[in-house]
Design a protein around this ligand. Structure first.
Ligand code: AMP
Ligand code: TRP
Length: 335
């Protein structure tokens, strides 16, 4: 049996880009990877490496959990929990800080970039040491597989280094995790400037992105008013036709039809009108179903029951592991 571990940072509201690029991929993994246990957690301790509003943080943690389930993550197959509810993450995080060298942390590209952004409000120490906490998140569960995007690969490499260093200094304790690059979901582009990625924080207008919580009528309008070129032919060419190519990507991701097949359907059209109209319905209806389940969850006890149970299961693994780690270090009073 293999174990897959991944954390989701609860910052920002979820967009259609997050859904197609990340959430949908997770759900596919859950449905296709055999002999693999899944541990997925909301990484709230990672969120506080930069200042957070407490009401908003609380809302986002619940929202993300509810959305992942609404989008198809199955709590019977996956242990879903909130990181700060399993205290062992922070304890092993500290032990990983005591395993890593300061130079290793200072070399992390993400730290160098984020440090610049945080200068005005003060750079928290945890922004520097965050990769040690991420290593702990992974090693606590003896993860074999860790799905990571490009920006997290360096942190995963460090995790492997720390696991090997600890194992050689104190005896075999941790499984050394493998990075796992799942087939990446398509990159979804800004609807008003399709040369940029769809991102709420970087957009100049609300029409540039679709939030999973946008009213359905608004979602449809955003698709209909997406910027496209003045030609009328529908085909995929990211350079010549970035707007249409982006819409085709969205169409394909939500219908699970190939782009080729969709292009064929519209080959005799003399304008983009019916293509956009039909895609607006597809996106609107797809998100409407997700919102319905999200609303059921967010207002019921079911969500808390799932997260309570997830934390309970995670704690069992984490405690067992920490007993071993503490004893390896001599941090154990009784023999
Ligand atoms: P972020 O919201 O940027 O922290 O990203 C969270 C996850 O969503 C990461 O796995 C990203 O790769 C993915 N993601 C965010 N925006 C997009 C987008 N426009 N297209 C595809 N994937 C995205
Ligand atoms: N650092 C990851 C991010 O910013 C989130 C994360 C925290 C994570 N702990 C993890 C991912 C452990 C994989 C495994 O997206």
């Amino acid at each position: 049996m293999k174990r897959l571990v991944s954390g989701i940072k609860p910052t920002g509201e979820l967009t259609l880009g997050n859904y197609i690029g990340a959430i949908q991929q997770f759900v596919k993994l859950q449905d296709t990877l055999e002999d693999t246990e899944f541990f997925i957690f909301i990484a709230d301790l990672h969120a506080i490496t930069t200042p957070q509003d407490k009401q908003l943080l609380r809302k986002r943690v619940r929202d993300i959990a509810a959305f992942y389930i609404a989008c198809g993550l199955d709590p019977h197959k996956v242990t879903l929990f909130v990181q700060s509810e399993v205290m062992e993450h922070a304890l092993l995080g500290y032990i990983m800080e005591s395993t890593a060298y300061i130079g290793e942390m200072e070399r992390m590209i993400q730290f160098k970039e984020k440090k610049q952004k945080e200068k005005a409000t003060g750079v928290r120490t945890s922004l520097l040491t965050y990769p040690a906490l991420m290593a702990a998140d992974i090693l606590l569960y003896d993860a074999n597989l860790v799905p990571v995007g490009e920006d997290q690969r360096q942190h995963l490499e460090l995790t492997r280094t720390l696991a090997e260093r600890f194992n050689s200094q104190y005896g075999d304790t941790f499984a050394v995790p493998e990075g796992y690059t799942p087939k990446v979901g398509a990159k979804i582009k800004n609807l008003q400037d399709p040369t940029k990625k769809m991102s709420k924080s970087e957009a100049e207008t609300e029409k540039a992105y679709i939030l999973l919580l946008d009213p359905v009528a608004q979602i449809k309008n955003k698709i209909k008013s997406a910027v496209t070129d003045s030609d009328t032919k529908i085909y995929f060419d990211e350079k010549k036709k970035p707007g249409i190519s982006n819409l085709l990507t969205i169409y394909s991701a939500l219908t699970e039809r190939s782009i080729e097949d969709i292009v064929k359907q519209y080959e005799n059209e003399t304008s983009y009108a019916s293509f956009k109209q039909e895609l607006a319905e597809i996106v609107g209806n797809h998100i409407e179903k997700i919102q319905k389940r999200y609303l059921e969850l967010i207002n019921s006890k079911e969500l808390d029951e799932i997260l309570d149970k997830g934390a309970e299961t995670a704690r069992l693994y984490a405690r067992r592991k920490m007993t071993k780690v503490l004893s390896r270090l001599g941090l154990q009073r009784k023999k």
